[in-house]
Design a protein around this ligand. Structure first.
Ligand code: AR6
Length: 170
């Protein structure tokens, strides 16, 4: 079955979907950007599950390109899927790690039985990835993914991000 890609201008914490993806960091203990917004709006239950993951399986931290799910707390979603994007650098091509964030998040979504998944533009904020390239990798990877997710909704925070994704989806 094919996955529908949609683009929405807005805030990922307001999306009524099965799963929202968090552009987290390997500590899983919160940060700025999307991560800060999700923990603020979702409440303490998310952080509590993140801490438990850090005390167990991910005592070394969640690796870049990997994904793991927790409750969505008070968000209008069922789960948060935390993934760690690569920081952008001119020294090394880390595109494969960014693609892995999308693939692994969809794999976790399939395990959960999630049918609708909202993604932010992973790595394209604090981690410095050029938006045009981040959008290309996001759209190409989701299009190529083998997944039972029916709708992937990219949530773009500003007009420039929306336009970059729109150029890829056209
Ligand atoms: N909804 C949707 N998109 C948003 C929101 C929101 N509420 N807030 C920001 N964006 P970023 P990264 C956009 O920085 O680059 C954190 O500290 C933002 O404009 O959230 O992967 C983590 O803990 C940008 O286009 O994630 C890590 O340390 C995109 O979401 C680090 O930042 C991603 O920006 C991860 O950096």
């Amino acid at each position: 079955m094919s996955t529908t890609l949609t683009l929405t201008r807005g805030d990922i914490t307001e999306q009524a979907v099965d799963a929202v993806v968090n552009a987290a960091n390997s500590t899983l203990l919160g940060g700025g950007g999307v991560d800060g917004a999700i923990h603020r709006r979702g409440g303490p239950d998310i952080l509590e599950e993140c801490r438990a993951l850090r005390d167990g399986t991910y005592f070394r931290g969640l690796p870049t390109g990997a994904a793991v799910a927790t409750t969505a707390g008070r968000l209008p979603a069922r789960w948060v899927i935390h993934t760690v994007g690569p920081r952008f650098t001119h020294q090394e091509d880390r595109s494969e790690l960014l693609a892995s964030c999308y693939r692994e998040s969809l794999r976790v979504a399939d395990e959960l039985g999630a049918r609708t998944v909202a993604f932010p533009a992973i790595s394209a904020g604090i981690y410095g990835w050029p938006m045009e390239d981040a959008a290309r990798i996001a759209v190409e990877t989701v299009r190529a993914a083998q997944t039972s997710v029916e709708e992937v909704r990219f949530i773009l925070f500003d007009e420039a991000a929306y336009e970059a994704f729109a150029r890829q989806v056209r």
